[in-house]
Write a protein that binds this ligand. Structure first.
Ligand code: PEP
Ligand code: MG
Length: 318
């Protein structure tokens, strides 16, 4: 299967009954962007811009950021890059952006919260994003949004950073859905968005109150838990026919998850570059109607384990 996967790597991934699923890549560097292109990624669904900011004494300036974003764009050879604004905080500290010690950094001042607390840094990043968008297909998205007010303030900073020429017309603006409250309130966010990308790593952590990376609760934090799938479903139902829904958490490359996410209405899966060919191959085996039927059953299941059994019964063991 591997040879066939590679041969068709850059072809689009289409289900047997003709639904196109964009298989995108998650990037953290220019080298990743090269791997993503080589692996046949349709676009970059999540560029973790932290890579530019971590491990240095001062933040990169606008010129340096623009150069790095354009280097990524060039490596993608015309495919769209979705730049996620700086997602740091107590769990990923920066020397030039000190945050007070927190007992629960995952529940603290991180992501968009920190960025809006120190808006100069976000404004500068959005300036670099606008400059990039004037030269290459670019989207921007904000991490860890919990309230509509946060998204409005981020939009205001974007408009300010864009300057007198205005926000570039081709710049698509989205947000990560990784806080359960944002998933539940999705309807209120929609008028302010071109797309959403569901971050199932954090969404699962918050939905199940199970810290990501903590081995003691690893068994609990399964993104195929029906509670997480119900949140994904809620977002897809509200977004249907209005804006695009992507998933960029780890689960997007889980062979068992792909048919369920597609069945719920997700039309972009963003995964590690090496996982792109396998996810495309998986999509090509699927029939949308069957995905929808099994996804509905998964929503009513009792546990992630039961969900995996449903998938195995429908498509064979993964
Ligand atoms: C996520 O939370 O699912 C996500 C993709 O973002 P990160 O893993 O960078 O927190
Ligand atoms: Mg996240």
């Amino acid at each position: 299967r591997r040879a066939r996967d590679l041969a068709s790597a850059s072809e689009p991934a289409v289900t047997r009954d003709g639904t196109r699923i964009s298989v995108a890549a998650n990037l953290g560097s220019v080298a990743d962007a090269r791997s993503a292109f080589a692996a046949g990624a349709d676009e970059a669904g999540l560029v973790r811009t932290e890579f530019l900011f971590l491990g240095r004494a001062t933040p990169p300036d606008v010129v340096e950021q623009e150069a790095d974003y354009l280097a990524i764009a060039e490596a993608l050879r015309g495919r769209r890059a979705t730049l996620r604004t700086l997602d740091v905080g107590g769990d990923k500290p920066l020397p030039y952006l000190p945050v007070p010690d927190e007992e629960n950094p995952f529940l603290g001042v991180r992501g968009i919260r920190l960025a809006l607390d120190r808006p100069a840094l976000l404004r500068e990043q959005l300036d670099a994003v606008c400059r990039t968008a004037r030269r290459a297909p670019t989207s921007v998205m904000f991490p860890m949004v919990s309230t509509v007010d946060e998204l409005r303030r981020a939009h205001a900073l974007l408009a300010d950073a864009a300057g007198p020429d205005g926000v570039p017309e081709d710049l698509r603006v989205g947000m990560m859905v990784e806080v359960p409250a944002a998933a539940l309130k999705i309807e209120s966010f929609l008028p302010l968005l071109d797309f959403v990308s569901i971050g199932t790593n954090d969404l699962t952590q918050y939905a199940l109150a199970a810290e990501r990376g903590n081995p003691g609760v690893a068994a609990l934090s399964d993104a195929l838990d029906p509670a997480v799938l119900q949140l994904v479903d809620h977002v897809c139902q509200a977004a249907r026919g209005r804006i695009d829904v992507a998933v960029c958490g780890e689960v997007a490359s889980d062979e068992a998850a792909v048919p369920l996410l597609v069945g719920l209405g997700v039309r972009e899966l963003s995964v590690g570059p090496h996982a792109v060919p396998g996810v495309k191959a998986r999509v090509r085996e699927l029939d949308l109607e069957q995905c929808e039927v099994v996804a509905k059953q998964a929503l009513r299941s009792e546990s992630a384990e039961d969900v995996r059994e449903l998938v195995a019964a429908a498509w064979g063991p993964c």
